[in-house]
Design a protein around this ligand. Structure first.
Ligand code: SF4
Length: 147
């Protein structure tokens, strides 16, 4: 059993109302039990929603209350992102899952690159908040490209 970012399997939960369908990851659903999660929706955010980035630190800093998640319009959605990460973790733990495939570059799901917080499409080394929380809790995380 594996936890997967819902948008990778064609669920329209992406900030703009679309998805990030990856046919190879979607096919996994035919081969093994897959639990789909969208941490941002689990955190209570609506779809479509304003895009958000981690500002002023890392995902770990966000979890420790030292950095924020802001939308492009400047709204603080830190609490929603943290809530969604813990909800996704709870679901993953409930099914005793120890690995996850999470969408690259997302401030929630990103596993090795994320946007730099300036909303200028610039990527930096970093990890999303859900991916960070999963790692802290011993869940192995992969991006759709590394799996
Ligand atoms: S939070 Fe994760 S699952 Fe939800 S749309 Fe963003 S990348 Fe996909």
């Amino acid at each position: 059993m594996i936890t997967v970012s819902a948008c990778l399997c064609g669920i329209n939960c992406k900030y703009n109302g679309g998805n990030n369908l990856n046919p190879r990851i979607r096919k996994l659903m035919e081969e093994e039990e897959v639990i789909l999660v969208c941490p941002e929706e689990l955190g209570g955010l609506k779809t479509p929603r304003c895009p958000a980035e981690i500002v002023g630190g890392s995902a770990q800093d966000v979890l420790e209350g030292k950095a924020q998640v802001l939308t492009k319009e400047g709204d603080d959605v830190t609490r929603d992102f943290i809530k969604g990460a813990y909800e996704a973790l709870e679901i993953t733990k409930k099914y005793k899952i120890n690995k996850a495939i999470l969408k690259s570059k997302s401030p929630s799901c990103g596993t090795n690159k994320i946007y730099d917080g300036t909303f200028t499409d610039k990527l930096i080394d970093g990890i999303g908040i859900t991916a960070e929380l999963f790692k802290i809790n011993g869940i192995e995380v992969f991006s759709e490209d590394d799996y």
